[in-house]
Design a protein around this ligand. Sequence first.
Ligand SMILES: NC(=O)c1ccc[n+]([C@@H]2O[C@H](COP(=O)([O-])OP(=O)(O)OC[C@H]3O[C@@H](n4cnc5c(N)ncnc54)[C@H](OP(=O)(O)O)[C@@H]3O)[C@@H](O)[C@H]2O)c1
Length: 237
Amino acid sequence: MQEVKKVALITGANKGIGFEVARQLAKSGWTVLASARSEELGRQAVAKLQAEGLDVQYVHIDLDAPESAAIAAELTRKQFGKLDLLINNAGVARQDDGPPSKVGLESVQKTMHTNFIGTVAVTQAMIPLLQAAGKAQIVNVSSRLGSLSQPTNPNWVVLGYCASKAALNMLTVQLAYEFRDGNIAVNSVNPGYTATDLNGNSGTQTVSEGAAEILRVALLDPPVTGKFLQTGGEIPW
Ligand SMILES: NC(=O)c1ccc[n+]([C@@H]2O[C@H](COP(=O)([O-])OP(=O)(O)OC[C@H]3O[C@@H](n4cnc5c(N)ncnc54)[C@H](OP(=O)(O)O)[C@@H]3O)[C@@H](O)[C@H]2O)c1
């Protein structure tokens, strides 16, 4: 009997780390739903991967429009009936973010809305499909900047972004607890400082290096759950 292919959904897969994760997962035989908020950019990215012979499809998800997650989940249910892996990768670092004493409230609110609330919406929409897979994984792409106990990075004293990643880590901790007896493993991964548009390409790693720990954790068998990981080990929460 032919083995049913595993299905992964990656948010923000049109570029950067998400695009590389999509490529590498598809190369290892997965069906990849590469989601993006821009249909044009999403379809261009998918066309590139399809041209490499990879099994990748476009799905529209905008973290600022939670109803798009519900629509994507319904389309996924109709086509596959399950989801084996959700990679919550999409995120923003706004130019108008700043230190806690003076950053604009609207900026913090927008970052929290996109990076945290939007990710909660996607996760909630996908949970029935992850449960339907029998054994599934969620990887939340976080940041070391979301750690409450690591020393503050003097170059990134930006309340909105850091708080949104700390909140994302709480989503990881609570979901891992909720599913402690179940079959969904949930982890946060810091990809490390990677050259992408998010940081004006100032990162010191390539996207392939940035994707590495996300892929390692996503493919762990047996999986770990409730961890905050980066290449080389755990990060204190
Ligand atoms: N690069 C680093 O050094 C680094 C370090 C630690 C953590 N991270 C995290 O890694 C993840 C990927 O970032 P990256 O470095 O690859 O940055 P990137 O190249 O800027 O990619 C970010 C992705 O998120 C998407 N996105 C932004 N807002 C969205 C929304 N409202 N709805 C749906 N998608 C949205 C972007 O889509 P558009 O193209 O439409 O904007 C893009 O696809 C982020 O969560 C980031 O916080 C990155």
